[in-house]
Design a binder for this molecule. Sequence first.
Ligand SMILES: Nc1nc2c(ncn2[C@@H]2O[C@H](COP(=O)(O)OP(=O)(O)O)[C@@H](O)[C@H]2O)c(=O)[nH]1
Ligand SMILES: [Mg+2]
Length: 505
Amino acid sequence: MAGYISGPEQDQIISLSDINAPVILLIGKTGAGKSTLGNLLLKTSKETFPVSGSFTSETKKSGYANIKIGDKIYNIVDTPGIFDTDDLNEDILKEIARTIQKCAHGIKAILFVLEAKRYTKEQEKMVNMIKLFLGDDALEYMITVFSHCDKKQTEDPEYFKKVSWNKQIKVFVNSMGNRWTISPNPDLFSPSSNVRQQRLRELENHILSIDGVYTNELLEKARKKQEEIEKIERAAEKKRKEEYDESKRKEGEANARYRYERQRIIDEKTTKDKYEEQIKDIMSQIEILNKKVIELSEKDNKCFGLETQVKLESGKTIQMSELQTGDRVLSNIRNGITEYSDVYLIAHIGKLDHEEAFAKVSFTRPDGSKGQLRLTTTHYVFDENLSIIFAKDLRPGETKILVSGDNNKLVPVFVDDVTIELHDEYISFYTRAGTVIANGVLSSCYDQCPPSQMLMDLVFLPVRLWTYIIPSTHREERLHPYVQFLETMYFLFINAMEKGKRFID
Ligand SMILES: Nc1nc2c(ncn2[C@@H]2O[C@H](COP(=O)(O)OP(=O)(O)O)[C@@H](O)[C@H]2O)c(=O)[nH]1
Ligand SMILES: [Mg+2]
């Protein structure tokens, strides 16, 4: 049974001690019906989360409210339309930081609200993109909730599934453990309606069916900070109490009460300041990083020579110049198993207006044949210890790179030669895995920029979802804005976690 305990209509500076429970995160495109669903779950007559009449009037702040499902308290966090914009302004950064802060106690479930009405190509793409950008772990906490269903669809979800789902949506829902339901339109189904109650009960059951709570290092860090502040809070309260007792004896009740209240206001302000500090801390990191990103993006982002070969899942080998978004390319070989990964973005392809330094790496394959790989000097490849290393830093006769050999194995072989050449054509693309086997060599998709795996952590889930509005057909000469964004988030992530590589474990 869900119940409303406290509302989100609070001061900008939230008291995090109020939300020390796992979060049920509402995500989806603006206007999808996140706030509506949040209100439905809370089962109150009052509109706790403001529902937008039009897209523009939608609030840009995330709200939260406590909810009881089963015998546990959770926090519903309703994210505003901050993730379906590419305008990375101060307010949006702040909201991302706040969302991170609110999820300090982990995430119980992610409700991905998807409009069922217009199941068009655009949405198909969106679903695809979302899947590409989700870490596998996060998928285990996700539930698809279809909104904007008509009466018949809501009454009979199986009918809705049969009539309205295409293959993509089936695959998508299936990849989330088949947890899905319909958000009943409150205009069609009153609170006492059986259908409405049934759909919401289904959702609650899905939430409860998810084992454990999702957390990661960044969330853990936020939680530790929160606990630290709470400890300070408790100590301050204890001190106030002691002073109150002392003062009561000496100066009487009224005086003691006055002192106590005055001190309480001071202490509360200290706490709020500390939480705000945490937000500022995250934001200032983003700001520094944003500058870095601009610097980086002004410098062109370069990757492989266009002639580099990749293997597709179909078994066909093609040149990178023929790559299309959505292709599944050989990205890794682990324990004798070949792994294919989607090309989710071609950030740049074609000619530059100037020549760039490429490293031409020569090596001998395990079968004795000679191989070559041409990539920009600051592009990463993997050495035999799976450490990333710049192409220009490979040492002939010293460094071993990983090359695909017989029996589906990556074999370490010495680099024979590295020469630097100037070229003006290249391709820069990204696989979901962040790696690609290029001319047989295990390589990163990154050039001085982030391993996408790091971004797969849930804290950046919304950021990844934000990308669904960017058409996946991007195949231009200009650096894709999302790549710039990735870099920002990457540096934020690095700074926040002070953690090294997590490329391949
Ligand atoms: N027909 C229909 N309209 C909905 C549904 N859910 C939300 N809406 C409407 O869609 C608009 C946006 O809803 P809102 O909850 O604010 O979306 P949010 O931006 O995702 O929070 C509002 O006018 C809602 O009344 C639904 O399931 N069916
Ligand atoms: Mg909303």
